[in-house]
Design a protein around this ligand. Structure first.
Ligand code: PLP
Length: 378
């Protein structure tokens, strides 16, 4: 089946008990067993397995061309659980432009448990080759990155990583692209993670995360960790993401169309020093973006000519673009990463330009969005 059909049907059958077309919200913590140690269909306790969660896990697994999915209570919970696949003393190579919260988890929390991290520019596959250590067990990519929208060639990096004698796992955070635009498992990644809070949910009404794999043995290791650690989402949240997924393809097309129009407008504006958008001519990795992504997505970052104060004034002056953290919902959002989403990177190697403004372009009418940006820049 095509992507547009999978978003609506994958992992979901009418309920066998009564034919309910929408996957029911199985709001239960436990399941009656047919005998001692004889759970029905493997359902015994909802931390381990829940039918609403399973439908979501199977749906996103198919969208990402994976074999299995594992849902979590947030994107960072997914990231944290994936990192438990490796041991203290192991080395992780990560992009130097990853989401600030990912950096904080790696640098401020997981380092304390003996993991060793290096943050490098993964847009150059050669730097990945040079930075691999004998102890490297995981390579963590984000592409496009949050907030600079840098692009890494997933296939090129996967060839380098998989040639390493230690067999490191290649993980790709696909939150910004979504499986509509990019499918890292097909490009050589071992694990894909998402903040489902963003485009997968799509309506800014749920926090969630998910990890997808294409290998049964890896799935079993992660399923053990998912159950052992327990950072799972509730059935209501799973239902909300399943509902959001049904329009993923339609939303992503409109996000991209609106973002393209706004990128064109901003790139000629005298108050804007730099525009970052993966499919724009000026993007240094445009060729790679076009090769591995279907559209340039809905995120745009810009640097204001007059720095931080101008960024703050612009972000506070929009009327349709809401000043808020997060992204990927149907409504347009605007923020200043240095003072908001990426505050945790201040003073670190990952600190962002204070004049940076990030726009999550929604699916409103583009004329209204343009008019809003125009008046706010004025
Ligand atoms: C690229 C990326 N990965 C992961 C996360 C973390 O997800 P969550 O906020 O759902 O924990 C975010 C959140 O902004 C993100 O932008």
């Amino acid at each position: 089946m095509k992507f547009e059909t999978l978003t609506i049907h994958a992992g979901q059958e009418p309920d066998p008990n009564n034919g309910a077309v929408m996957t029911p919200i199985y709001q239960t913590s436990t399941f009656a067993q047919d005998g001692v140690g004889r759970p029905r269909d493997g359902y015994e306790y909802a931390r381990t397995k829940n039918p609403t969660r399973l439908a979501l896990e199977n749906c996103v697994a198919e969208l990402e061309a994976g074999s299995h999915g594992l849902a979590f209570s947030s994107g960072l919970a997914a990231t944290d659980t994936v990192l438990r696949l490796i041991d203290g003393g192991d080395h992780v190579l990560a992009g130097n432009d990853v989401y600030g919260g990912t950096f904080r988890l790696f640098d401020k929390v997981l380092r304390r448990f003996g993991l060793d991290f290096d943050f490098i520019d993964t847009t150059d596959p050669e730097s990945v080759a040079e930075a691999l250590k004998p102890t490297t067990r995981m390579v963590w990519l984000e592409t496009p990155t949050n907030p600079l929208l840098s692009i890494t060639d997933i296939h090129a990096v996967s060839e380098i990583v998989h040639a390493h004698s230690n067999h490191p796992l290649l993980v790709v955070d696909n939150t910004f692209a979504t499986p509509y635009n990019q499918r890292p498992l097909e490009l050589g990644a071992d694990i894909v993670v998402h903040s489902m809070t963003k485009y997968l949910g799509g309506h800014s009404d749920v926090v969630g995360g998910i990890a997808l794999v294409k290998d049964k043995a890896l799935y079993e290791r992660l399923a053990f960790l998912q159950n052992a650690i327990g950072a799972v989402p509730g059935p209501m949240d799973c239902f909300l993401v399943l509902r959001g997924l049904k329009t993923l393809h339609v939303r992503m097309e409109r996000h991209a169309e609106n973002a393209r129009t706004i990128t064109e407008y901003l790139s000629g504006h005298p108050k804007v020093a730099k525009v970052m958008y993966p499919f724009h001519e000026s993007h240094p990795q445009k060729q790679i973006a076009v090769k591995q992504m279907r559209t340039g997505g809905g995120m745009i970052s810009i640097i204001m000519k007059d720095g931080h104060d101008a960024a703050v004034r612009f972000a506070e002056a929009t009327k349709i673009f809401t000043l808020a953290e997060s992204l990927g919902g149907v409504e347009s959002l605007i923020e200043v990463p240095a003072a908001m989403t990426h505050l945790s990177t201040a003073g670190s190697q990952l600190a962002v330009d204070p004049g940076l403004v990030r726009l999550s372009v929604g699916i409103e009418h583009k004329d209204d969005l343009l008019e809003d940006i125009e008046q706010a820049l004025k």
